[in-house]
Design a protein around this ligand. Structure first.
Ligand code: GLY
Ligand code: MN
Length: 484
């Protein structure tokens, strides 16, 4: 019997083998190395390329980018490179926002070319059998055409043969300088174009498009904001039990990911006491002393869109009078700056207003002596906010003098950062306070996307004193565990 089967198999024609293979692959859900409606129906609806963003929206982005580009020009956008932690062990990959915005493809290694004549032409990495064994499936030429709806697709190995002709046929080249790769910059035709001034930065155009969010993008941003608000509230309620920066960093990451975020938008800032006055503090390795404030600046990423939120509170449950005096000045500045948010006002105007308000308050408190900007900058060197979207400092090519429009999302994040070595009253030394919210500019004004996260002193104290998890003894045990 076994011999018969073997003979039958040996006699099978290649055609028949082909049929067998096809039957097999139609039964199998095709894996392209990233979620699709077929592999992850819980994440993507039919017709979406990435969760929440439809094929039509991707096609419209490409069309609008082409409308901004001069006739006969070509846009070259490479994917972000894979960065290695050591040897063959990679860091968690994060796609470049421009490449993701245009293609929807979440893997490293590809190069996308967009032109008036060719449409979207994707050069896709080819995975060897070894690559598939070690890293899993990747999106290739077929996925570029079928899933990302490129007009043309080629294996990356053909880039050196095909791209030079496309470059020669174009009047100008725009490329994503953030991810520029020798794969195309070392081509003779690219270098010739660069020498004759034909090569320009593409990001002025992509940032322009990404600056105003579509309804689908706003839905994802509201969800990312909601996740981080819920996560930070849980973290705040556990801060009595976990008075350690690293534990609170772990808690916000856990709470965000348990709610569906793929990753944090940036390394959480968890600054206890004077560490809170270090604006992008990232060590997160200290215990938080009883009576000190903790500043947490956190954001998560949901399907390519990020959130950004800061709150400052005393894990012990009560603000000291000095803390409260500074906190309320920052809070009032946060609330009053927000009231200016509407179409036709610039981030710079909101910033200038916030500086005036903080300067006046700092003088009344007695921590600002001179009237020069130097003295103010010692207490706060930051901008009132920034644009937010796929990147945490989104659309960074757009000036803060640009008048805001409906669909733009900004942060409002006034603060005070008093160094430990400070020429002023002792009691203010080493205090850092920031209160940051996300604000969507609407047709008539603004909507706060992080409004569910409490920020009034009385609300925070009430939450900490009535709803905190755990007790003092657990806190002691947790601290001992963190220090051992
Ligand atoms: N939350 C990070 C920043 O605004 O720089
Ligand atoms: Mn921010």
């Amino acid at each position: 019997m076994q011999i018969l089967v073997r003979k039958l198999l040996q006699r099978a024609t290649p055609f028949k083998q082909g049929i067998v293979r096809r039957t097999y692959s139609t039964n199998k859900v095709h894996d392209i190395g990233q979620p699709t409606p077929a592999t992850h129906p819980q994440l993507l609806k039919e017709g979406e390329i990435t969760p929440g963003i439809t094929t039509e929206e991707y096609i419209s982005r490409r069309k609008r980018l082409l409308e901004l580009l001069p006739e006969k020009s070509l846009a070259i956008i490479a994917a972000a490179p894979m960065k290695m932690m050591t040897d063959v062990v990679p860091y968690t990959f994060r796609q470049d926002a421009d490449y993701l915005y245009i293609t929807g493809c979440q893997q490293p290694g590809g190069v996308a070319v967009l032109g008036h004549e060719c449409g979207l032409c994707m050069f896709m990495p080819e995975a060897t059998r070894h690559d598939v064994i070690w890293q899993g499936e990747v999106a290739g030429v077929e996925a570029a055409l079928e899933s990302f709806k490129a007009e043309k697709a080629h294996p990356l190995s053909k880039l050196r043969d095909i791209l030079p002709g496309m470059i020669r046929g174009s009047s100008k080249l725009f490329h994503n300088m953030q991810t520029a790769t020798p794969m195309y910059t070392e081509l003779d035709d690219f270098q010739r174009a660069a020498l004759t001034g034909k090569v320009k930065d593409l990001s002025n155009f992509t940032h322009e498009l990404r600056w105003i969010k579509s309804p689908a993008e706003l839905k994802l941003m509201k969800e990312a904001a909601s996740i981080v608000c819920q996560g930070l509230l849980q973290t705040m309620l556990h801060s009595k039990m976990y008075p350690h920066e690293g534990m609170l960093a772990a808690k916000i990451e856990y709470e965000s990911k348990m709610r569906g975020a793929q990753r944090m938008a940036f390394n959480p800032v968890v600054g206890g006491g004077s560490n809170g006055s270090v604006i992008h503090y990232s060590r997160n390795d200290q215990k938080i002393k009883n009576g000190d404030l903790v500043l947490m600046d956190v954001g998560c990423e949901l399907h390519g869109y990020v959130s950004d939120l800061t709150r400052t509170w005393p894990p012990c449950g009560s603000f000291s009078s000095v803390h409260e005096e500074l906190y309320n000045l920052v809070l009032e500045t946060n609330k009053e700056s927000m009231k200016l948010c509407r179409p036709g006002v610039s981030l710079r105007q909101i910033h200038n207003y916030s500086v005036e308000m903080l300067c006046k308050g700092f003088k009344e408190i007695g921590i600002l002596k001179g009237s020069g900007s130097n003295s103010y900058h010692q207490l706060n060197p930051t901008s009132i906010g920034h644009y937010l979207g796929m990147d945490v400092h989104d659309s960074s090519n757009i000036s803060y003098d640009r008048l805001l429009k409906p669909g733009v999302v900004i942060t409002i994040e006034p603060g005070v950062y008093i160094p430990s070595i400070f020429d002023g009253p002792d009691r203010y030394r080493g205090i850092g306070i920031r209160i940051e919210d996300e604000v969507l500019i609407t047709e008539t004004g603004y909507e706060v996307l992080t409004g569910s996260m409490p920020k009034e002193v009385k609300h925070i104290e009430s939450l900490l004193n009535n709803y905190s998890c755990g007790n003092g003894m657990e806190a002691q045990n947790n601290l001992e565990a963190a220090s051992s």
